[in-house]
Design a protein around this ligand. Structure first.
Ligand code: MV4
Length: 588
């Protein structure tokens, strides 16, 4: 086993990895960017080194610097977590060349799976079912039209060859829409992966996203840890994951598991990995393989009792798997909710800011993997996921109830999170019936209902103009009530009523998109590049109408009007950059 490992990541996953290292008796080395200097992952590690400024390209993505730090610290291996350098074959090679173990698969497996057309070819040859379509890149719209007419038919999915996770994914319902979809997928492929080639798949109308967790060691042993269902997603960002999948029975489970292990063997895989696929009417198709530990690995840990990160580290150290397939037993049901700093009522716009009060749920079979704490700043620079809440119980229904209980206990003040979204979604009949909920996560009216009601208008502003809100606990006939008092601030002599609750005063909420600030001003909730401006100055818009699209963290974020009215000013232009708090538009 290694004596010391560097964790090339931040946030909850860095802490997750450090915990497993500690249990293995391995010392941990954290790395950090300037704004992360005091972040929880830095304090949790045995040692920590500065990489550079905030932008990931100058810190968490700096290959040479990270390898230099590993050498300096005497780390024998690097765990990349997920995101950042986790699926970067050049980084894996740079580690090899520096004599440092990359805790992940061989670089050639990353390469093979990075090209989605290559991956489809390998899988087809290995007898793994792929979604019907092309395995060679399609050069032009004319070629695409011909291939679709000859074999695939409409609707058709057009996907970027370098893509994955839904980047560069378009659908054409009919031939009329083909050119635009083709160009859109190619453009996104060019932008994100410097590769404008695309391929075609038959578009499945309402599949479930089902994936298989795999472990493969350096001695030829490959096992699967059953499946996860990640169908609740929005713009290809997963929101809720569970295991086992509600639509998979024991017979299908065995079939999907074998597809996973066949796929891993076909690329000479080693380490933890995931085969993602689509399940439609009992048919399972390979989609892509993720050559890293995934965000949602925890639900599998809960139903199998296997620490996936520990196994990953042991495999990298050359140890054989301690489990055979028959040792892996599925027990009960686990659910994970991603707690993102996002406003579901505003198109899931990122809602960075400072966390005020912070209290995690606890109790039986509740797990919180978090990178945050009270006073923590959720930075617009990085992914808005601040924690994951995972629960286990005997079956899906009990697990859902436990999750609702735990969500109710989770207190995160000062910014918007997905907690209200999760509470509402898990309470729907669609979820309880095990449906994909695709219509719900796109339903603007339903999502708007999640908006926290505006704080009550302060009662008649007094001469001084100042009113404050205070919370007190009162007892009436021996029963405790919590009351909110809105009025003038207490007298300076501190004549507050006795028995005032110890609750900290609510922090003033930072202005969110369209929230605070001058009337009618729509401010940017994030920092990024303006991809598209959907309105002109002087236009009449309805509340909820698209104003512009801002790209941040490689995600396209739709910014919508916070009220109906006339666009009197427009502060954005296509291609321009925008900072958090900048005026997007004035709508009156
Ligand atoms: C598809 C599809 C339908 N047909 N491919 C790809 C990335 C992943 N985030 C979702 N992806 C899809 N690929 C073909 N050929 C539909 C989706 C899809 C989806 C699938 C399952 C559950 C929810 C989904 C939400 C959006 C898109």
């Amino acid at each position: 086993m290694f004596a010391k490992v560097l964790v090339a990541n931040r946030g909850e996953i860095a802490i997750r990895v450090i915990r497993s290292l500690e249990e293995l008796g391995v010392a941990s080395v954290a790395v950090y960017s300037d704004p992360d200097r005091d972040a929880p992952h830095v304090r949790r590690a045995d040692e920590a080194y500065l990489l550079g400024p905030g932008p990931a390209t100058e810190s968490y993505l700096k290959v040479d610097k990270i390898i230099e730090v590993a050498r300096q610290a005497g780390a024998e291996a690097i765990h990349p977590g997920y995101g950042f350098l986790a699926e970067n074959a050049a980084f894996a090679r740079a580690c090899d060349e520096a004599g440092i173990v990359f805790i992940g698969p061989p670089a050639r497996a990353i390469d093979a799976m990075g090209s989605k057309t290559k991956a489809r070819e390998i899988m087809r040859d290995a007898g793994v079912p792929i979604v019907p379509g092309t395995t060679d890149p399609v050069e032009s719209v004319d070629d695409a039209r011909r291939i679709i007419d000859e074999s695939i038919g409409y609707p058709v999915a057009i996907k970027a060859s370098g893509g994955g996770g839904g980047k560069g994914f378009r659908v054409a319902e009919h031939e009329d829409a083909l050119e635009e979809a083709f160009e859109g997928a190619a453009r996104e492929g060019e932008k994100f992966f410097s590769d404008r080639t695309v391929y075609l798949e038959r578009y499945l109308p309402d599949p479930r996203h089902v994936e298989v967790q795999l472990l493969a060691d350096a001695h030829g042993n490959v096992i699967h840890l059953f499946e996860r269902d990640c169908s609740v997603q929005r713009r290809h960002q997963k929101l809720i994951e569970e295991s086992p999948a509600p639509a998979v029975d024991p017979e299908l489970r065995e079939r999907i598991g074998k597809i996973g292990t066949d796929a891993a063997r076909a690329v000479g895989y080693r380490s933890a990995g995931t085969v993602e696929g689509l399940l439609q009417d009992g048919e399972y198709f390979f989609l892509e393989m993720n050559t890293r530990v995934q965000v949602e690995h925890c639900v599998t840990e809960m139903v199998t009792g296997i620490d996936i990160v520990r196994e990953q580290v042991k495999i990298a150290a050359g140890e054989p798997l301690a489990y055979g397939q028959e040792d892996v037993v599925l027990r009960g049901h686990a659910i994970e909710c991603r707690i993102n700093a996002e406003d579901a009522a505003k198109n899931f716009a990122p809602a960075p800011g400072r966390i005020g009060s912070y209290r995690e749920p606890a109790g039986p079979f509740v797990r919180v993997d978090s990178g945050a704490e009270e006073g923590y700043d959720v930075l617009p620079l990085y992914d808005p996921m601040i924690a994951k809440l995972i629960v286990w119980d005997v079956d899906r229904e009990a697990s859902t109830r436990r999750m609702l209980r735990a969500l109710g206990e989770f207190e995160i003040g000062g910014l918007k999170t997905l907690i209200p979204f999760h509470r509402a979604l898990l309470a729907t009949e669609q979820w309880q019936r095990g449906e994909t909920c695709r219509d719900l996560v796109e339903d603007k009216d339903w999502l708007k209902g999640l908006a926290t009601p505006a704080p009550p208008k302060p009662a008649e502003e007094e001469e001084s103009g100042e009113t404050v809100e205070r919370e007190y606990a009162v007892e009436v006939s021996g029963r405790k009530f919590e009351v909110k008092v809105i009025g003038a601030p207490p007298a300076p002599n501190g004549a507050a009523p006795t028995g005032a609750a110890r609750k900290a005063p609510r922090r003033e909420r930072k202005s969110d998109a369209g929230g605070g600030g001058a009337p009618g001003v729509l401010v940017s909730p994030l920092q990024g590049t303006v991809l598209r401006v959907a309105v002109e100055q002087g236009a009449e818009v309805e509340e909820g109408a698209l104003i512009c699209v801002i790209e941040a963290m490689k995600m396209e974020n739709e910014i919508t009007a916070h009220s109906s009215g006339t666009v009197e000013e427009l502060g954005v232009s296509e291609g321009g950059s925008i900072a958090t708090g900048d005026t997007i538009a004035v709508i009156k």
